[in-house]
Design a protein around this ligand. Structure first.
Ligand code: PNS
Length: 170
């Protein structure tokens, strides 16, 4: 069996991209970022510039909120991308796509994306991680809906995001 130092010599540095809309970033996203930051050498949170969607928060607002909440993680970067994720991964020389799976219901869509991305670039690995159980019911869409209907979102999103959500729906 190879010694640990021998194994380290052949170990690659792993740069992962965590792509998404992040409209807005939730505590579930943050939980996944924290887990990803622990196991990857570097983690890029890639916000999709999606011209089809009408987001609640502008791209700049989403970048600002994410930059604020990832401050504790030195190896996490916030960036914006458009076009195919595989092309962006190539541009950034990333070797992993990180995605969160909350429940079985997420799996079908995530599997489809992972398989398509593998077809487009067989060298790019998709890694799934599960957020803490307490966030398994959480989504940006649900958070937006609660805020827009005047409900409380404390505990669902970081404090900085909560303030912005309140200001947005007033
Ligand atoms: O958080 P979301 O909105 O579910 O994230 C979806 C995202 C951004 C990961 C996905 O839409 C994406 O990768 N879009 C980029 C376009 C692309 O590469 N499409 C082909 C693979 S599905």
């Amino acid at each position: 069996m190879a010694s640990r130092s021998k194994a380290n010599e052949t170990m690659k540095s792993v740069l992962a991209i965590y792509p998404g809309s992040f409209d807005p970033v939730t505590n579930g996203h943050l939980d996944l970022i924290e887990r990803g930051a622990k196991i990857f050498d570097g983690l890029i949170v890639g916000i999709l510039r999606n011209f089809d969607k009408d987001p609640l928060f502008s791209l700049d607002e989403r970048v600002e909120m994410l930059r604020e909440v990832v401050k504790p993680f030195a190896n996490v970067e916030i960036d914006v991308f458009s076009g195919l994720l595989v092309d962006y991964a190539k541009l950034r020389e990333a070797n992993v796509i990180l995605r969160g799976i909350r429940a079985v219901s997420d799996y079908e869509y995530e599997l489809q994306m992972a398989m398509i991305n593998r077809k487009l670039n067989p060298n790019l690995e998709t890694v799934f991680m599960m957020p803490a159980l307490s966030y398994s019911f959480l989504s940006s869409r649900i958070v937006r809906e609660i805020a827009q209907l005047g409900g409380p979102v404390a505990g669902f999103v970081p404090a900085a995001v909560e303030q912005r959500l309140r200001a947005k729906v007033l």
